[in-house]
Design a protein around this ligand. Structure first.
Ligand SMILES: [Zn+2]
Length: 405
């Protein structure tokens, strides 16, 4: 039985007379309490900020020793097989994961599940990882099937990136079974960095249950898709997790590097850039930085839907991380969010929305209708008739961007 992380987000029931609900924001970062599983404590501080506080007391030297012991246990004794699998997207985090494994003397097999609409810069960053000196497998699920899955994900659960989010977990695990390499090196435990149930935050290994709960499946199971848009079981092989028997035969396990080494996206960027990683020339649409999510033109749509459902986009995520680390003030974060977060995704990494939607056989008008269906009308400004108020660029306004004074 699946207990998906975002299950309560599916099919938001919108009634035009729905009363407005003020968003409550964490008093330390700028995350609203609409974020699934976010809890504000009696001081109004969110669990992600509290979790970051705990990191300050972590004995990283001991953790690193634990990591070295784990890696030693899995290293191929006679060099006849790879030591580990590193799932890589080509982004700054996975570039750094590969560099770390090489620094620890590991011989990784890097596995990429290619993104749904790979950008040119994303391609160059993939080639860059190959140049770090590793064996590399790039797996590209059937593009025609994937377009159907993008569209079904968008229409059914408001997530165009559903197939990608499933594939980035299933494909490397399938590769672990295929190549008989038991150890998977994941990056951060998103439940730790972003908050979430305590049990998951303390987890440092990944299993099927983790994927099903937190892997972003949004309650839409792979098998639910059979029969839709002509999809048959054989179209879905890459999205199926290996069987328990297969996992046991190889002894597949995984660890989150972020549990053992202090994890910070900006520090990873610096390491990655010094090793050939390329950032985007300007701030990315809907974001407040230029160094992450540079590999998929559909990401702008994905992030925009998070804004429509919960009132925060990628810009808020990033502003929160940097506020937590005292790099910017909370006021700076509020201003960045107000300026960039949740803007209608007319382009992403320079590609026009119309062109991004074309392969999905959707027009911009179709897209806007889907957006409206998934918008949580309780948190956005509406007119007297209850219709969403949009500016000339189609942007919505939240009813509040901070806690009332
Ligand atoms: Zn917070």
């Amino acid at each position: 039985m699946l207990k998906p992380f975002f299950a309560h987000s599916i099919f938001l029931k919108i009634n035009p007379s729905t009363p407005l609900t003020m968003l409550r924001y964490c008093t330390r970062c700028v995350m609203p309490d609409t974020k699934p599983d976010l809890k504000l404590d009696e001081h109004g501080v969110c669990n992600a900020c509290r979790s970051y506080e705990h990191r300050k007391s972590v004995d990283w030297a001991t953790r690193q020793k634990e990591l070295e012991q784990l890696l030693a246990r899995y290293r191929s004794r006679d060099g006849s097989n790879w030591d580990c699998i590193v799932p890589v997207s080509g982004g700054k985090d996975s570039t750094t994961q590969v560099i770390r494994m090489l620094q620890f003397g590991m011989n990784p097999l890097c596995v990429t599940a290619s993104t749904c609409d790979l950008s040119e810069i994303g391609r160059r960053n993939i080639e860059n990882i190959k140049n770090l000196g590793v064996d590399y497998v790039e797996f590209s699920p059937n593009i025609r099937v994937r377009r159907k899955l993008n569209r079904l994900g968008l229409e059914q659960v408001g997530d165009i990136s559903w197939p990608e989010h499933v594939g980035i977990f299933t494909i490397p695990v399938r590769a672990a079974v295929q190549y008989s390499v038991p150890l998977l090196i994941w990056g951060e435990n998103s439940q730790n960095e972003y908050g979430g149930p305590a049990a998951a935050a303390e987890k440092n290994a990944l299993d099927r249950r983790w994927l099903e709960e937190f892997g972003g499946m949004l309650g839409l199971r792979v098998t639910d898709l059979i029969g839709l848009m002509g999809i048959t079981p054989r179209d879905l092989i890459p999205y199926q997790y290996p069987s328990d028997d297969e996992l046991q035969r190889v002894g597949v396990t995984g660890l989150f590097l972020g549990h053992y080494l202090p994890w910070d996206g900006l520090a990873n960027t610096l390491v990655a850039v010094a090793n050939g990683f390329e950032s985007y020339p300007t701030v990315i649409e809907g974001s407040v930085v230029n160094y992450e999510n540079v590999d998929n033109h559909q990401t702008g749509i994905h992030d925009y839907f998070k804004f429509l459902k919960f009132g925060f986009g990628r810009g808020t995520d990033l502003a929160c991380m940097h506020t937590r680390r005292d790099r910017i003030t909370r006021q700076d974060a509020l201003e960045m969010v107000r300026r960039h977060d949740g803007k209608f995704p007319w382009t992403y990494l320079g590609k026009p929305l119309e062109k991004i939607l074309q392969p999905l056989d959707l027009s911009v008008d179709d897209f806007i209708k889907i957006c409206d269906r998934f918008t949580n009308k309780k948190i956005f400004v509406r007119d007297a008739k209850g219709n969403l108020v949009k500016d000339r660029s189609g942007n919505l306004t939240k009813i509040n961007y901070d806690n009332p004074p």
